[in-house]
Design a binder for this molecule. Structure first.
Ligand code: NAP
Length: 300
């Protein structure tokens, strides 16, 4: 029997992730844009109280990592005000109105300075990267103010779903075609997010009104270089055009700091929510099939 769709209010539906999650949850979620600047406490209280939805998803954030770094130390800057104060205002508003808050977070809440994987129950420890630091404080705001909230960490989101802005796979394919792909780091690891899997995970969190911290990421950590090679292979491009670069070289030339090892575990997330989080090759193969047939990505 077909399930009825759930009304959900959301900020940031016009962004890279929100627009694709919206496309990927059609028929499951009836998205109601929450039209508010979350830096404004009173307006946020009023808008959250007024929405007919029982669930609020926060996709809104200041996401330009380099611009954020240029604001480091400035609590009056737009990055801190959107990411930290905005999260505080939403958490307070949802707690008061009795709404289930689902907050989108990032692997950058971690410093990325140690070997091994970060598990769902670990609090963030980022200090150097200002975007990551503010997103870490956002998580703290939500845990402190809004019992029952869900925090969903994602990383380098990629997708075949339609949406605004260019996601990672499209960017790599375009740059390979134009021969403008910069050298890709071999000495960094991450666990990118397949937005099709994130969409399914969010449906589970929303329908179950689930609380806790979750990692909506693929299953095997890899380097940006390996990711680009897998993308080239999956789409039948010449993987030999992917050049190797080193984060260590970039940093020695004065580049902005990057977290080096951001491998997120997802086993507890999959078990708790009963969703499957696939590996990168499987996700890319599904995306490629979508591109070939022109049909929506189909999750098994
Ligand atoms: N993209 C990534 O690589 C990545 C990786 C890890 C985690 N994330 C997380 O995923 C979430 C979504 O990111 P995204 O890539 O979709 O970001 P995005 O493309 O930059 O979109 C951000 C959205 O937030 C809205 N917004 C910004 N400031 C706001 C404010 N003060 N009040 C209300 N809305 C505001 C923007 O609206 P306007 O366009 O009108 O300003 C836009 O719709 C964020 O929490 C981000 O930290 C993203």
């Amino acid at each position: 029997m077909k399930r009825s769709s759930v009304p959900v209010a959301a900020t940031g539906l016009g962004g890279l992730v929100g627009s694709r999650v919206r496309a990927g949850t059609a028929g499951e979620v009836d998205w109601l844009p929450l039209q508010v600047d979350i830096r404004e406490p009173d307006a946020t209280l009023t808008r959250v109280a007024a929405t007919p939805a029982d669930v609020v998803v926060n996709f809104a954030a200041f996401t330009d990592v380099s611009a954020a770094y240029a604001q480091r130390g400035r609590e009056d800057g737009p990055c801190f005000r959107t990411n930290v104060l905005g999260a505080r205002h939403l958490a307070r508003a949802c707690a008061r109105a009795g709404k289930h808050l689902v907050h989108i977070s990032t692997d950058y809440v971690f410093a990325g300075d140690r070997a091994g994987v970060y598990t769902e129950d670990e609090p963030g420890d980022a200090t150097e990267d200002w975007y990551g630091f503010t997103k870490r404080l956002a998580e703290d705001e939500i845990r402190a103010r809004c019992d029952g909230a869900a925090i969903v960490r994602i990383a380098a989101p990629f997708s075949a779903l339609p949406g605004v802005k260019e996601e990672v796979v499209g960017a790599v394919l375009r740059q390979l075609g134009e021969r403008t792909l910069p050298p890709m780091f071999v000495d960094r690891v991450f666990t990118p997010t397949c937005i099709e899997d994130l969409a399914a995970l969010l449906v589970a969190v929303i329908r179950g009104r689930v609380a806790g911290t979750f990692h909506a990421v693929t299953t095997q950590p890899l380097s940006p270089y390996d990711f680009a090679v897998l993308i080239a292979d999956a789409y039948g491009r010449d993987a030999g055009r992917v050049r190797r670069g080193e984060l260590a070289d970039y940093l020695s030339r004065g580049g902005r700091p990057y977290p080096r090892r951001l491998a997120l575990a997802n086993a507890a997330t999959g078990d708790r929510l009963g969703v499957s989080l696939r590996d990168v090759p499987t996700c890319l193969a599904a995306m490629r099939a979508t591109a070939m047939t022109g049909t929506a990505a189909c999750r098994g």
